[in-house]
Design a protein around this ligand. Structure first.
Ligand SMILES: [Zn+2]
Length: 93
């Protein structure tokens, strides 16, 4: 299926772990345009990262700024979903 192929390529080129690392840059607006395009594309396709970004945003709105403690206090569930998605795509078969 074409859509599935595209999806798998997208995840390989821009995996969830990269997304999570780049969230701060994205929200601060310091991300280069080329990466932003790939970030947005990943976001559109990946439900786990949508949840992650949403919760990250809420944390920032609550605190007014991003701190290490904020990142660490992100809900476990979102993190676990991400880790699981990541594991699925990268487990050798
Ligand atoms: Zn993702």
């Amino acid at each position: 299926m074409i859509l599935r192929t595209l999806y798998l390529r997208l995840i390989r080129d821009y995996p969830c772990v990269r997304f999570v690392e780049a969230v701060t840059e994205y929200l601060e607006g310091t991300m280069p345009t080329a990466e932003r395009t790939r970030f947005d594309l990943h976001l559109k396709r990946c439900a786990s990262c949508q949840i992650y970004l949403e919760q990250f945003r809420e944390t920032i709105e609550r605190s007014g700024r991003i701190t290490v403690a904020d990142v660490e206090s992100l809900p476990e569930q979102a993190r676990n979903e991400l880790l699981e998605a990541f594991r699925d795509f990268h487990t050798p078969r």
